[in-house]
Every structure is written in C-alpha cells, then in structure tokens.
Design a protein around this ligand. Structure first.
Ligand SMILES: Cc1cc2nc3c(=O)[nH]c(=O)nc-3n(C[C@H](O)[C@H](O)[C@H](O)COP(=O)(O)O)c2cc1C
Ligand SMILES: CCCCC(=O)C(=O)O
Length: 387
C-alpha cells in the first residue's frame, strides 16, 4: 500500500500539531461549487455540464442513493487492505483517474500536474487523446507511475496506428477505447457560450505533434492552425467504426484493451466475444446521451452477464468512499473518477488533485472499516440493501 489511506484524516485533525490544513473543501458536494470560484466561467460550465437537460447526470447520482450499505459489527477490521488487482496489476486501491481532455482550461500545468499527483499515489492515470500536453510529456511527468492511454479512434488508420505506437513507446500499458463520443452531444451550457475548447487548440497537443497527422496537412499547424484544427475535428468526430473493426486495434496494441462507454448487456457480451480484456460501464458522466440509463443501473445486469470473462470497470457519478463500495458490491472491479479531481486541479494544480484523491481514498478506507470489511475482496452484494 502506498500509504495508509485513512491517515489523511489524522493528518488533517492533527494539523495544529504539525499536520495538514486542507487547501480547500473535503466535502464532495461543495467541491464543484468551490471550483466555480477558481476557474473561468466557460471552463467551469464545460467540466460541470452534461448533455441536454442534464437528466442523466442527475440519474447517475440518484442511482447511488437507491442503494444503501449495511454495516457489520465486531469484524476486527483494524488492519485493512484496500488494494485491488486490475488487469493483472496490483493497485493500492480500486481507483483510476478517468480520461479527461483539455485539462489546461482549468490549470496551466494541465495533465502534467495530474500525472504527478496520480503517480505519487500509485493510481493509474488514463491520458486522453484530447490532452493539452503530448503523450510523451505526460509520460515524463508520471515517471514510474502506472499509465493508460485513452483513444478517440480516428477515421484514419495511419494516424491511429501512429498514436498507438507513440503511446506504447512512452510506456502506456493499457488502451482504453472510448466508444460513446464518436460525435459530441448536444451540450447547451457550451452552446450558450459558443465554447469548444478544441477550437483554441486546447486538447490537440497529441495529434498536432503526430507525424502521421501532420503528413495529412497541406501546411504545418504552426503556419495554418485553423486548417489543422478543422482536419482534426473531421478525423475524430463522426467516425464510422463498428465491431468488425476491433481487430485493427488488437493488431496495433499488444497490451490489454478496454472498451469505455458500455451500457447495454448485449454490447458487454460483444466485447467478450471480440476478445477484449475489459469494459468500462459508463455514460461519460452524463455528457453524451441525455436520458440514458444511470450508469450504476446498467452495472449489475452487465456484471452478471459477463461474469469473470472480462474485467468490468465503472464510472459516472462516483463521489465518495461509499459510492466506490456500492459499485464494487454491484460487480465492478474498480472505478474511474472524473470531475472531482478536475475541480482539485482547478483549485491548486498537482496539490489540488492530490488533496481530492487522498480524501477519496481515506474516505474509502474508513468506509471499508466501518462497514466491517477488511479487504476490497470482501465487498459483495450482501453488503448492500436496495431501498
Ligand atoms: C471535462 C471532461 C472531459 C472529459 N474528457 C474525456 C475524454 O477526453 N475521453 C474520455 O473517454 N472521457 C472523457 N470524459 C469522461 C470521463 O472519462 C468519465 O467518463 C466521466 O467524467 C465520469 O463521470 P464523473 O465525472 O461523474 O466521475 C470527460 C469528462 C469531463 C468531465
Ligand atoms: C471530443 C470530446 C473530448 C472531450 C470529452 O470527452 C468530453 O468533453 O466529454
């Protein structure tokens, strides 16, 4: 274990005796509001917003509220093990940083700060294709930390193969292929501001530095940025991939492949049939299909259908240690966290990401203890009650 996670609580309580004063709120509910004060209004709306009316974002949280934990007593949970094995690797906790693009809109250090914070805690960072720093720069910042690469699967096989080669060479172990954002959803908060961060060149560091992508351009991006941006947008949105195209990715990636954005049981089965290593049950934090099923509601039938044949990860709406326990009890191996640490990044860069994640991990450790579990593997359906 990288650190005794519950120890962050002691550090804070004992700040008068030389411990730590939290740099900003530890309250997951107040976190979003507090970030509003430290990032630009358009960046805040982009991060906090969802698709359409926001119904799926609300549903994601409501689904967590329908499940309650049922604590057990006198289990001697004084010594606990929060570690988890995910795709063959042992992690200090079943927690990963979800891929989040364009991080420079909330803090100038962007993905570099996030990579350092994740590495310090031993948690995998999943780097977005749409990052504001290149694959190689972020690898440098993450040092020995575990790193995965998220692919927005471009409509050009040379560009795709080139990015995968770069990611592999830079030490990314696992490929996460996001399937639910092949075109951008109707997002009223961004439309009202006519705000798309990519049009400022944010989030294009990896494609703009890619030799295969640059070979497609008549002029180098440095000489004609608008054309380069439009070319990128045309390659990465409106893509026409189908299940038959997955072998292409397998040919160009020799590590584990995880499909992100699975919500239907039959798609989960297809991922198994296609020989994929994992799936992320996710509705993209409610940012894509307004009115889509809550991610936590989609999880149990999918976990039951695929069993141990594929690793099931989960995201969308995870905010607390209790939420993590609920997702694990319903069949997830691990969870991805999105917005909370992005707010931390906006507050205080690397320290802010660390503060949010340490708080979440401490909460997980304490929740594990107080519900009577000694290890993550003990958490199961019997730990829950549906109300
Ligand atoms: C600002 C922002 C940018 C995102 N960018 C990406 C991305 O580049 N690739 C991706 O697969 N998912 C992206 N996501 C979705 C997250 O990976 C994740 O699915 C979602 O945030 C989980 O929900 P949560 O924010 O409620 O934790 C983004 C989410 C946010 C909030
Ligand atoms: C092409 C979209 C990349 C960012 C993203 O996934 C999001 O804003 O949700």
């Amino acid at each position: 274990m990288a650190e005794r996670f519950g120890g962050y609580q002691n550090e804070i309580y004992l700040h008068g005796l030389g411990g730590t004063k939290p740099p900003f709120t530890t309250d997951p509910v107040r976190l979003a509001e507090s970030a509003r004060e430290v990032v630009s209004p358009e960046a805040y709306d982009y991060v906090a917003g969802g698709a359409g009316s926001g119904a799926t974002m609300v549903a994601n949280r409501a689904a967590f509220d329908r499940w309650k934990l049922v604590p057990r007593m006198l289990t001697d949970a004084t010594a606990r093990d929060t570690s988890a094995t995910v795709l063959g690797a042992t992690l200090p906790a079943p927690v990963l940083l979800a891929p989040v693009g364009v991080q420079s809109i909330v803090h100038q250090d962007g993905e570099l700060a996030t990579a350092r914070a994740a590495a310090a805690l031993g948690l995998p960072m999943i780097l977005s294709t749409a990052s504001s720093r290149t694959i190689e720069e972020v690898a440098g910042a993450s040092g020995d930390g575990p790193r995965w690469f998220q692919l927005y699967w471009p409509n050009d096989s040379d560009v795709c193969a080139s990015m995968l080669t770069r990611a592999k060479a830079a030490g990314y172990s696992t490929l996460v292929v996001t399937l639910d954002t092949w075109t951008l959803a109707w997002r009223p908060r961004d439309l009202d501001r006519a705000y798309l961060p990519f049009l400022k060149g944010e989030g294009l560091a990896t494609p703009l530095s890619d030799p295969a992508f640059r070979a497609l351009l008549e002029k180098a991006p440095e000489d004609d940025m608008p054309s380069a941006i439009l070319r990128w947008v045309s390659l990465f949105t409106g893509t026409d991939h189908s299940w038959e195209h997955l072998p292409f990715l397998r040919e160009h990636w020799d590590g584990p492949i995880v499909l992100k954005g699975i919500q239907h049981v039959d798609d989960a089965r297809r991922a198994v049939d296609a020989g994929m290593d994992g799936i992320v049950v996710s509705n993209h934090g409610g940012r894509q299909v307004d009115g889509a099923i809550a991610s936590l509601e989609a999880l149990p039938p999918i976990a039951n259908a695929v069993g141990d044949r594929i690793e099931v990860l989960f995201d969308s709406g995870v905010r607390t240690g209790a939420d993590i326990l609920k997702a694990l009890a319903l069949g997830a191996k691990a969870v991805l966290i999105g917005r909370p640490w992005v707010y931390g990044l906006g507050h205080a860069g690397e320290d802010g990401v660390r503060h949010v994640l340490r708080g979440l991990l401490a909460d997980l450790d304490i929740s594990l203890a107080l519900t009577g579990h000694r290890s993550i593997s003990e958490v199961g359906p019997e730990s829950l009650h549906r109300s």
